[in-house]
Write a protein of this length. Sequence first.
Length: 666
Amino acid sequence: MCCAVGDQPARGARRTRRWLTAITVLSLALIGAAWLQVDPIEPVEHFAQHEVSIIAHAGAQGHAPPNTMEAFEAALDLGADTLEMDLQITADDRIVTIHDGTVDRTTDGTGTVRDLTLEELQSLDAGATWQDEDGDTPFRGQGVRHPALSEVFEAFPDTHLVIELKTDGGQDIIQPTIDLIVEHGRQDTVTVASFSEDYLQPVREQLPGVPTNMPESETYDFYVRHLVGLHPWWSPPGTLYQVPEEFDGRQVVTPRFIRAAERLGVDVQVWTVNDKEQMHRILDAGAHGILTDYPDRVVEVIAEREAGRVAVRGPDLSHYEPQLDRARGLQDGPAWLTTVMSVVTFLGDEEFYLLVFPLLYWAIHRRIGIRLGTMLLLTASLNNIFKLAATTPRPAYLDPSLELAPENTFGMPSGHAQNAAAIWGLAAASLKGWPVRVAMIALIGLIGWSRIHLGAHFLEDMIVGWLLGATLVGLYLWLEPRVQRWLSRLTVGEQMLAAVTVSLVLIAPTTLLSGRLVNVSFPWPGLDDPVAVTGASHVVTPAAALAGFGIGLALLHDRGGFDHRGPIARRIVRVLVGLVGVVVLWQGLGAVFPGGEGPLALVLRYLRYALVGAWVGGIAPLLFVRLGLADRGGDPDPDPDPDRPATDDPGDRDAPDPEVSGPGPR
């Protein structure tokens, strides 16, 4: 029985190691999976030049007979940038532009296109049956005919064409079409479409540089993957999605669908849209192109959106306008107030915290330094994870004139609000005296308001940030004693592993969230660098520093710790020496290691900031002891005695530090 009881701690230690190892391996697997996501394909140059492509469906067939020269010319006159047409093959193997497999609906003749020669087909009146909105047939008897594809190529040499291979006449249509594309040198100015993969495969094999659409089966593969979030690991076989807004009772064109397609580098073009209200709806979702019988209507809708919106594509952001007006009004006030707000906002900058935290930890109060440093790195990591999940704009992204505090992350939640509430809130909980606590709370509010004044955040960004920060303070105070007891049962190696594990748990979801945003467009005029906004480095930096800090603390505890107290002169020299090390590791390695958001760059960033964290947490304090700048101390933070003042006398080893409430690291 005695042996069984004695084995319990050993079994608990083994169980802890297994759990830490399993979580670490799982986190690394998720990070590796994120880095195995496919790269976006290259965009079609023609479509990339247009915020919204206006694609004339069979020409402007709302204004002229479909698939005729008259319809194509009308489409360009009405503002289309792309002509879409349907292809059939004749009895003499000529490729012509006509939708149906028969001529019955669009001409005054009868029979199948495949049974007619080109000459016979073009002897028919392609304007005989077309009616305008009044029911008249103005093109009847005007010599309108269905042209050969070669004629279209020659008539519109600089116009991008979407040519659809119809399946009525069989696969004999494929090779002649490919040959015509090559013969006329249209590889860069044509997109081939079809409802059949079998018809597109030869085109993809013989003309790999020619864009193709993805028919229903391929689009369905993507659709299912995007619903479950697996689309970043799927390589699209084509270049474009040409889809209806709805299919089989299901909404296809949604903001989520558009973003998922953009992640793969694929444009979404919606057919066939003739109603202006529907045009607005699909542009709200972010569609890249509209196939329409009425190009002039799309032109009008785009003009309406340009006049009344921040961006043509994407949701209506007018609900932000009152807050944009508030920021404009604040910035139009006294210049000195903006200067004051800039100073206040610096008190919430991560750079400020990174300067104050080592000073506090090394020379003022070790326990509070550990508390606030840990909270800083945790809240900064979590804040950027939340931002990548929310992907909301900042005021300056919508109105660049408001940018008085340049930023390169998303808006909600505000990092300044969350970090201030978490860090200064924890400081208020750590220090006794209501005047200090009131001052801390006032500072939290002032930092938040400065972000609104400087055009960095909307009010809801601040509120969410404050709530999250306050929640983190509560969780920290509740978890702190429990985590301390758990850590006290671990070996030094296990404590180091735990620190690394926590950092990887923070980074793993970040890489997945960041990976899904690669190449996604955010139509905000003030957003200059989408790559910086969507990158994982914003989380890797504090998470790595947290890992290093934990490793440093474990190492320091194992070597006997250090006492932050002592004469003022020693404290000053200690801080100067420590900051030199921070600069060497932070800036020195930053100059040597490559930047960016690629796997290698992120791994090196992790190493760099882990070294900075380890230096601050343990290596520098051990060096202070070695250099005689600090004394070794097992527990430099005894419970405070409010009746006994702190002292700088290094000989008084029992002198208490500034008053602290609540438990702290031992």
